[in-house]
Design a protein around this ligand. Structure first.
Ligand code: SAM
Ligand code: SF4
Length: 322
């Protein structure tokens, strides 16, 4: 699909739940109220939306949340999405806690890649950041398990001021593994507004000090805006996402759907189209198709993370889908 700025939109990020088994301090506010299940789209409804998305040329899907693996039936849904005619890729973003037990099934359905979020390799700090206890070894074991099943793996880490000394240890996960480690600037979404991050430029300087031969990798990877770097000392690559400091909006290729079925043209603005209402009103698929067209016209030229007073999105990342 083309939006009104002539950008091709071919990638959709779908949040299948706002529930989570972690309480990351920059993502889940204390005392969060979960969305009642009847307000979440059913998997069948999500698949209907995906089928229409595919007919419009959106063929790459990221499944996220909340934590997607806490929703019963997630793997079956991923399988159906993978098998859908016209779908080009299906990827998953997870905190990794429940990953090892489903890795074999993910390999069987030929998931295109899995992103695991890890912000620190120091157990105490990991516990504090995720609001849980003793889970880091399970996450690291899940990363290795994905390697055994030959599943393409990416590690996501948010660039937090408090974890700046974790950048090199995290990047070293790519030393002997063919995985990508991606560092992402914290965005002023939800509690992200109250969290101190570091700019990707500062992160690059830290990485270059450690690997003097670090250079931009030529290959294009995934559907996202990361710039990838390689060093001959690392088997995998290091990605940097300048989400705030150097917006990549002119190349934006994405649309989102929240767990409640709001089709959302941009992370920064509240505007969106309620597909759940359309689906449950008994209206035909044609109406959903028109909703996609309307979302394209609503897609703004750029986000406004650098002047957050203009942001209208008040929802948190777990509800929208990070
Ligand atoms: N629960 C899964 C996970 O943690 O990977 C999927 C959902 S989570 C919202 C997806 C990603 O968004 C995680 O890597 C998380 O660190 C990131 N994230 C959450 N809030 C963010 C923010 N304000 N800015 C940048 N990234 C954020
Ligand atoms: Fe859960 Fe992911 Fe948010 Fe952490 S970042 S609280 S794992 S949804």
């Amino acid at each position: 699909m083309k939006d009104s700025y002539n950008r091709t939109i071919n990638y959709m990020r779908i949040s299948i739940t706002d529930h989570c088994n972690f309480r990351c301090q920059y993502c889940m506010p204390a005392g969060i109220q979960w969305t009642p299940s009847d307000k979440l789209l059913t998997f069948e409804e999500i698949l209907t939306v995906c089928k229409i998305a595919v007919s419009k040329g959106i063929c790459d899907f990221k499944v996220t949340g909340g934590e997607p693996l806490v929703r019963p039936g997630c793997i079956d849904f991923l399988r159906k999405l993978k098998e859908m005619d016209g779908v080009h890729s299906v990827t998953l973003t997870t905190n990794g806690l429940l990953l090892e037990q489903v890795a074999e099934e993910l390999a069987k359905i030929k998931i295109d890649s899995v992103n695991i979020s890890v912000d620190s390799l120091v157990e105490e700090q990991f516990d504090k950041l995720t609001g849980t206890k003793g889970n880091l070894p399970k996450i690291l074991s899940a990363i290795d398990c994905l390697q055994r099943y030959n599943i393409k793996t990416k590690v996501n880490a948010v660039l937090l001021r408090e974890t700046v000394d974790q950048m090199i240890p995290l990047a070293l996960l790519a030393k002997d593994r063919e995985i990508d480690v991606k560092f992402i600037e914290i965005m002023p979404v939800g509690l992200g507004r109250k969290t101190e991050g570091i700019p990707a430029k500062e992160a690059l300087t830290i990485l270059q000090k450690r690997w003097s031969d670090l250079h931009i990798a030529k290959e294009v990877k995934g559907n996202g805006p990361a710039i990838y770097y390689r060093s001959k000392e690392l088997q995998g690559s290091i990605g940097l996402i300048h989400a705030v400091s150097n917006p990549f909006c002119e190349d934006c290729n994405r649309i989102r759907m929240t767990s409640q079925g709001i089709l959302k043209p941009c992370l920064c603005y509240e505007a969106g189209i309620n597909l759940r209402e359309i689906l449950r009103s008994g209206a035909g698929e044609e109406k959903i198709s028109v909703a996609f067209d309307n979302a394209m016209t609503q897609k703004p030229e750029a986000h406004c993370f650098s002047h957050i007073e203009d942001m209208t999105e008040q929802r948190g990342m777990s509800e929208i889908g990070g």
